[in-house]
Structure formats: C-alpha cells, structure tokens
Design a protein around this ligand. Structure first.
Ligand SMILES: *Cc1c(COP(=O)(O)O)cnc(C)c1O
Length: 308
C-alpha cells in the first residue's frame, strides 16, 4: 500500500515550557500540519485510501460524517483535486456554514444533510444514484475507518525513526483506526513505546473492540503473527460524548495556548491533552518520561466552536 501523492514527514517539535509545567519531556508530532487537504489525520489516511480506490477503478466517492467532520472536509477537497464526483452524507439537521463544512461546500462536493439514524440509508441511496449516472462509486466509511486508513498510521510511525524513541505516545482516539495504526507501527518500529488513546466519544468497551478489530485486519494484511499488543483506551475525558465540551476541557485548551502557543480543539485534541495532563499528574506518565503527543488536527473544529 502506498500514498497517492508523495508527502513530507510532519514536524516534531519540543515544547519546553509545557514540559516544565507538566514534569515530563513533551514533544508534539504535528499531523495538524500534514500538507494536504487542510491537514490532520484524515488527510494522511486519505492518501492511502484514494490510492486504493483509484487502483480499483473507482471514479466517485460516497462518505459520511458529522456537521464539523474533518473527514468530510478532507475527502471533499481530495475529490476536487482528483476530479472525482463526491457525495457527502452529513449528519446535521441544520447545515453548518463555517469550519469544515465551508471547505466541503467550496470543493463542490454534493452535501446531503440527514439525521444520524438515516445515515446508512442515505449512503446506500447515494451509491445507487451514482451507479445510475454510470459511475463506479467507492463506499468509504465515516472517519476513513478502513484498512488503508489504519495502515497510513502504521507507516507514519516510521517518520519517528530518526527521533529519540518516546516512552509514550498520547493521541485523541475516535473510530480507532489511527490508534490501531500507531500500535501496529510501534510494534514494528518503536517496540518500547506505549500508545495511550484518549477517547473522544466511545466507551472503553466499544472503543477497545474497534481498535482490536482494526489491528487484527492490519496484522492479517501484513502477515504478522505477533501476539496482539495490549490496547490502552481511556474514556475518562470525553465529557458527555462527541462534541461535548466541559469547563476542564476549555481550561486545558486555554492553558496550552497561553503557556506555549499549542493549538488544541474542543472535539478531539483538547480531550486528549486533558488526558495527558492528568496522566502527568497521577503518574501514569512518570516524571521526566519522554512523551509524544500525536497532534491529529482540529483547528477548524476550534474555529467553528462557540464555547471559546
Ligand atoms: C477523526 C479525528 C480523530 C480520531 O481519529 P480516529 O482514527 O477516528 O480514531 C482525532 N483527531 C482529529 C482532529 C480527528 O479529526
């Protein structure tokens, strides 16, 4: 599996002031600065996903996401770049104007707004409509949750080979493809590194199961027979669920920006960083340990938020 367009590794940056405040050595892997389609983990996943879709002869894409979905934005922009017809099933009753949806709209993708429970039917209808047009549409699950998306993060770990290996990687975990890829990549390239996923929406049980399935799929693809590594997934910091932002979360976002200009968002990275901060306090991340925060994006979620 290969990316469609070659891309450069994203930067890794040390954060001395935050390190001092947290009592750990903090570096950030800036996938928020991934070079394509507005950046973030969805843009990195898409590089591998569109390659597979084009190789299989598809000429259109159907996918889905919430009203401020980074995945919808990245897919819409990538489709415009490749000249693919795209239908986005957006789970929002009132169409949002700003943030990710603004870019999705500007890209010319067809946006169909539905209630969350009508998503599957709307995806099927979009597939059928494109086939009627004579197209060969590619069905892409929400969040870019698929083998190629997880594989993108297996490969991403190789970008750290020239760095001091971190003791821990902390990230915001949603569908689990990113975390599964990082776990698999660490097994291959950084065997001493522990991956800590902070849930943005799912319970421990549901989240860990999805990561386990994604890991099994990756292992099968790569012919790896190693025992399944332990999955660390924590639902303690997700508030009331997806897109819910409590006062501690907002305070963490303000604190990171004020202390050292680190940009976080209330849907994803703010929750993960709140977890990291708590782990540094309670010893899950020991004093002076080497911690890499894998920044998955979210600037447009922050800009669309009215809470900050
Ligand atoms: C989608 C997303 C995540 C979660 O990624 P998964 O692979 O679904 O776990 C984390 N951060 C940001 C900014 C995202 O857009």
């Amino acid at each position: 599996m290969k990316p469609h367009f070659p891309f450069s590794p994203t930067p890794v940056r040390a954060y001395p002031a935050l390190s001092k405040a947290l009592g750990v050595r903090l570096r950030v892997k800036h996938d928020d600065l991934f070079q394509d389609c507005g950046g973030g983990n969805k843009a990195r996943k898409l590089q591998y996903i569109v390659k597979a879709a084009l190789d299989a002869g598809h000429d259109a894409i159907v996918t889905t996401g919430g009203g401020q979905s980074n995945h919808v934005r990245a897919t819409a922009l990538m489709s415009a770049r490749l000249g693919l017809r795209a239908i986005m099933v957006v789970q929002a009753v009132t169409p949002p104007r700003g943030g990710n949806l603004k870019l999705a709209r500007l890209s010319g993708a067809e946006l169909r707004f539905v209630k969350a429970e009508d998503t599957a039917a709307a995806m099927d209808a979009a597939m059928a409509d494109l086939k009627k047009e004579g197209r060969n549409p590619y069905y892409l699950r929400g969040g870019g949750h698929c083998l190629e998306g997880a594989f993108a993060y297996h490969e991403a770990v190789a970008e750290l080979r020239r760095e001091t290996p971190p003791d821990f990687i902390v990230l915001a975990s949603g569908t689990g493809a990113t975390q599964a890829g990082l776990i698999s990549g660490c097994r291959a390239f950084l065997p001493k590194t522990t991956v800590l996923g902070v849930s943005v929406a799912r319970s421990n049980e549901k989240g860990s199961r999805a990561i386990g399935e994604s890991l099994a799929e990756l292992s099968l693809h790569m012919g790896s027979k190693d025992a399944a590594p332990p999955i660390r997934f924590d639902d303690s910091f997700m508030g009331e669920g997806y897109e819910s932002a409590g006062p501690e979360l907002l305070e963490t976002i303000r604190w990171a920006a004020l202390t050292e200009g680190l940009i976080l968002d209330p849907t994803y990275t703010g929750k993960a960083f709140r977890g990291l901060r708590e782990y540094a306090k309670n010893g899950t991340l020991p004093v002076d340990s080497d911690v890499l925060f894998w920044h998955t994006g979210g600037l447009l979620n922050l800009m669309a938020s009215e809470a900050l």
